[in-house]
Ligand binder design. Structure first.
Ligand code: ADP
Ligand code: MG
Length: 340
């Protein structure tokens, strides 16, 4: 059985060969405090974020692109691999038996050797016989179908929850890359601080994310809009609703957006001239959920002067990439780091 996993800071996706994407869940684990007993994983656990009683804590073990909690990461991987191996049959469901389980895991390019080992060990504990790691930008590039084997530069920018990964790929290798700990989460946090600063309104992370998705943008798209945002008044202590405009939200996110732009610019500046020249023609490919922010592609193109394209399905690009490398063992060996 061949399984591809996109172990993201916000979402984990699991691809099973010949079956397609079988798991698409938030990278969240809820545990009982003290005992570390897992009570929920994925969607169920995400609903608990910010709403847990004292006895339970909901955590995102990969939050900033580093594995903050090895035990939780392992529990999560186990859960999702099991889910991917489960076949629904009539009334009950059962776990598919496989003679050999081969797993490809896409990991942030910034993680350390220790973290890489931890991911491999976790996958093995979860039942994998052979584990390969692939760097996320490589998986993303393969997933969106960039001609990475050619002797010409391709730039991929993957904006996830906790990190933004920028990479220039040529001849199946990463020539230049940069991983910064700024992504969708940071945009949410900037909205939280803005609401606090300007309106004395305390809002939760999930509310901030909703605001970003509904009216957030990197540049004006069509026309400005607004929405009601609910939270708690910091002075009165009571629930309050404020109407905010898309313009205000853009202003709120200016700093993290500038950091994302900077990571792209720095990578461009460090790129060998021949490859930089290729990029002018081929453009930048955007992937990751964060790239869905309104007008981000247009804004990056304006700011860099390089044509920028949004992947057809930015949230799926990486797991699709792991799926593609699974189908070709020689390719797998070339683009991933060795097995167990
Ligand atoms: P990761 O790979 O780190 O798990 P994802 O690629 O799954 O991250 O992207 C998650 C991020 O994308 C979150 O910060 C989420 O808020 C953001 N996101 C998802 N959809 C949208 C959207 N339509 N507009 C803006 N941001 C979005
Ligand atoms: Mg990702």
């Amino acid at each position: 059985m061949d399984i591809g996993i996109d172990l993201g800071t916000a979402n984990t996706l699991v691809y099973v060969k010949d079956e397609g994407i079988k798991v698409r869940q938030p990278s969240v684990v809820a545990v009982k405090k003290g005992s570390n007993e897992v009570v929920a994983v994925g969607d169920d656990a995400k609903r608990m974020l910010g709403r847990t009683p004292d006895t339970i804590s909901a955590v995102r073990p990969l939050r900033d692109g580093v594995i903050a909690d090895f035990e939780m990461t392992e529990a999560m991987l186990k859960h999702f691999i099991k889910e991917a191996r489960t076949k629904d049959k009539g009334s009950g469901s059962k776990i598919v038996k496989a003679s050999k389980i081969r797993v490809v895991v896409a990991v942030p390019s910034g993680i350390t050797e220790v973290e890489k080992r931890a991911v491999k060990d976790s996958a093995r504990h979860a039942g994998a016989d052979e584990v390969y790691l692939i760097e996320e930008p490589m998986a993303a590039a393969i997933g969106v179908g960039l001609p990475i084997q050619d002797a010409s530069g391709n730039m991929i920018v993957d904006i996830g929850g906790g990190t933004t990964e920028v990479a220039v790929i040529s001849l199946s290798g990463i020539v230049q890359s940069r991983s910064v700990r700024v992504g969708g989460d940071e945009l949410d946090e900037s909205i939280i601080s803005y609401m606090k600063r300007k309106y004395n309104l305390m809002i939760g992370e999930r509310t901030a994310e909703t605001v970003k998705i509904q009216i957030g943008s990197a540049t004006v798209v069509d026309k400005e809009t607004s929405m009601d945002v609910k939270g708690r008044d910091l002075v009165e202590g009571l629930p309050k609703t404020i109407n905010v405009t898309s313009q205000e939200i853009r202003e709120a996110m200016a700093e993290p957006l500038a950091a994302i732009l900077d990571s792209v610019k720095v990578t461009l500046e460090r790129c060998p001239p021949e490859l930089a020249a290729d990029l002018v023609d081929r453009g930048i490919m955007l992937a990751g959920g964060g790239s869905l922010l309104g007008g981000l592609d247009i804004w990056l193109a304006e700011q860099t002067g390089i044509p920028t394209h949004l992947a057809d399905d930015p949230l799926q690009a990486i797991v699709e990439g792991t799926g593609r490398v699974l189908s070709e063992i020689s390719f797998l060996k070339k683009v991933t780091s060795a097995g167990v």
